[in-house]
Ligand binder design. Sequence first.
Ligand code: FES
Length: 346
Amino acid sequence: MSVRRLAEENVQPGEFSFNRENAAWAKKKIKDFPKGREASAVIPLLMRAQEQDGWVTRASIEHMADMLNMPYIRVLEVATFYTQFQLKPVGTKAHIQVCGTTPCMLRGSEDLMKVCKNKINKEPFKTNEAGTLSWEEVECLGSCVNAPMIMVFKDTYEDLTPERLEEIIDLFEAGKGSEVPVGTQIDRIGSAPIGGLTALTSDPNVKKSKPKKTKPKKTESATAPTVSAVEPSAKAAASKSPTSKSKATPAKKARKAEAVADLDDKNRPQGMERPADIDDLKQISGIGPKIEGILHELGIFKFEQVAKWKKAESDWVDGYLSFKGRIERDGWIEQAKAFAKGGQDE
Ligand code: FES
């Protein structure tokens, strides 16, 4: 946790005032609170000041104290307590706050900070050369279940890998931060188990929640399509003919431009017709009902099929599922070999 002090005097502007629109908003906001309790508006007002100027200046703190009839020290206490308030000028396009508390640290936040050091500046709170990006380490931001995570402005980006963080930073640098889907960056609903439900799966009374519909505008570099985002016609083609490789027309190929892997690719693992005795692929850690369904569409039903995947085939499936290396990290092939050899006990 960094020491939170006001910026040096030489960068502090002499005065602060809200622009017309914000001044009207602030007046209305103060009226939301009962008479004598106007001080309760201090956090929204400070946040508005930050949104207007990019950071919280000494002058804005004093201005807020005057508006709310509070001693300067009280507003200073609030501004220096919450890491959501930036006390120094930060990157104009993004200030990346990397959670470094235990759950995020155990899930790789140190690697995320390495990315920030390489791509932005070795030192926290210092901007890149263009002055557009900066970063800092902060304490828990409340998304521990989807660790590791970062916050940029008011939004969190979760379940990050160093590669995904690099993409996100590039998008913010390109002014396309709004195109990054907020929240988890992998295939899960909110903070539900990866790969779908792991309990109560057969209880018809359990309502299965649907993924919330976010509408990120996809760009090539921003594309981290979830499994459900894999182009439907491609999936349909796979389910129709699992054993034969589909003949995609140029039009079809164009339609599946966003699909990560090509169904005609020579590295696509050989599928089979659905046998009577299929294996429960969900026993492989990292495969839930949804992923299992997609594997079935690809003609993958048995542990021994997964166990025989060569690297290129495993990479193809990884790309098809937009997993960014998760198959290798989760050790699907090793797990499948064990299951194929000795069943569940093994
Ligand atoms: S530990 Fe990182 S969000 Fe809680």
